[in-house]
Design a protein around this ligand. Structure first.
Ligand code: NAD
Ligand code: WQD
Length: 337
């Protein structure tokens, strides 16, 4: 298949490109490099030994994107392109709504015009919001999001569902990622946050490599086994494989399907620190600080539907997540620069 990866130069997109190319698919990558760089794509070619087409374009630019659809015979779209920093979305809500919603609308319009019927969307566990019991199952209500980023995901899910309702030929897969971490085992590609990392694993990695002094653990007094929050961390290559399974499923059916993509096992912030110390062989300096606004005490997936319908289950454990994150970080202390 020929698969258009919107936002494919980013963290999850680049790992998914490796997985798709290795499985024999062709990819066309479109990215404006607002949160990534072309070097990631060179590394994807290095890992796979395969070349592919890429375009520097803003997915909101309808003219540019529709040309890309007409120049390439696209079978399926995977929509990764979006802004994703929760705190930034609180400070810049309009920018988040504009970018995330508009990219989705532009892709849907271009797909309609080019007759492309399959789309896999990067959704998030964040759409479950605050009030649900754990583990999350796909049938639980969504909403009560704690920030504008989460609301953009909620709205984009709704837009895609409405589009599928109106066009019986459309196949929409919503993948709700939990906490993607780790890197390709080569250490050539990985997560490359700009500035101070917002997320736990890249922060821990930067403390381990000596770029940051000390990790602040956001809250040690939650009603959890060790007092720190628990999350469902998922290796980015397992997540990449879920996209492979999702596109293969997407082209066989019509309508909307939602899948949680997590391991089903929660680990605490302190578990992550310990596992990372073991993988890297270094001490992670940390202090317990105040809770971070908007954090849920616990969040993890029931991923049975993905196993049942897609035949997908996470294969890599926490040790592999930390080992591969460390290989990427220690080989590339300044990221792709
Ligand atoms: P990322 O920032 O590394 O990748 C997103 C890519 O989209 C970047 O390369 C960026 O340059 C590009 N992009 C953004 N706006 C664009 C636009 N208008 N036109 C063209 N390109 C644009 O993020 P990621 O971690 O790879 O996440 C991919 C998707 O998965 C995002 O939609 C994100 O919201 C979602 N998601 C991520 C996580 C996570 O923790 N990483 C969890 C759940 C969902
Ligand atoms: C994990 C845990 C923090 C940093 C976010 C988004 C979510 C999804 C995945 C996109 C929490 C704690 C963190 C630090 C810490 N993304 N922490 N010190 O918040 O679970 O999920 O990424 O869709 O929408 O919200 O991930 O990595 O930020 O935090 O103690 O310096 O680590 O409090 O308990 P989160 P995270």
């Amino acid at each position: 298949m020929n698969i258009l990866l919107a936002g494919g130069a980013g963290y999850i997109g680049s790992h998914t490109a490796v997985e798709l190319l290795n499985a024999g698919h062709d990819v066309v990558i479109v990215d404006d490099y607002s949160n990534s760089c072309p070097e990631a794509l060179k590394r994807v070619e290095q890992i796979t030994g395969k070349s592919f087409v890429s375009y520097e374009a803003d997915i909101k630019d309808k003219k540019a994107v529709s040309q890309i659809f007409y120049q390439n015979n696209i079978d399926c779209v995977i929509h990764f392109a979006g802004l994703k920093a929760v705190g930034e979305s609180v400070r810049q809500p309009v920018r988040y709504y504009r970018n995330n919603i508009d990219t989705t609308l532009t892709l849907l319009e271009c797909m309609q015009e080019a007759g492309v019927k399959n789309i896999v969307f990067s959704s998030s566990a964040t759409v479950y919001g605050e009030d649900n019991p754990m583990p999350c199952v796909e049938t639980m209500k969504r909403g009560c999001c704690t920030n504008p980023y989460g609301w953009t995901k909620y709205m984009m899910e709704q837009i895609l569902e409405d589009a599928a309702f109106a066009d019986a030929g459309l196949s929409v897969i919503l993948l709700r990622y939990f906490n993607p971490v780790g890197a390709h085992a080569s250490g050539l590609i990985g997560e490359d946050p700009q500035g101070i990392p917002n997320n736990l694993m890249p922060y821990v990695s930067q403390v381990a490599v000596g770029k940051r002094d000390c990790l602040t653990v956001f809250g040690g007094d939650y009603a959890t086994p060790d007092g720190t929050c628990r999350r469902d961390f998922i290796h980015v290559m397992d997540l990449a494989n879920a996209h492979l399974k999702a596109i293969e499923y997407a082209v066989q059916r019509k309508g909307v399907d939602i899948f949680n993509i997590g391991t089903g096992t929660p680990y605490s912030v302190l578990d992550i620190i310990k596992a990372f110390e073991a993988a890297a062989g270094v001490r992670i300096k940390y202090e317990i600080g105040a809770r971070r606004a908007g954090d849920l005490p616990e969040c993890w997936a029931n991923a049975d539907k993905a196993a049942r319908v897609l035949g997908w289950r996470a294969q890599r454990d926490l040790a592999a997540m930390c080992r591969d994150a460390w290989k990427w970080q220690s080989n590339n202390p300044e990221g792709y620069k």
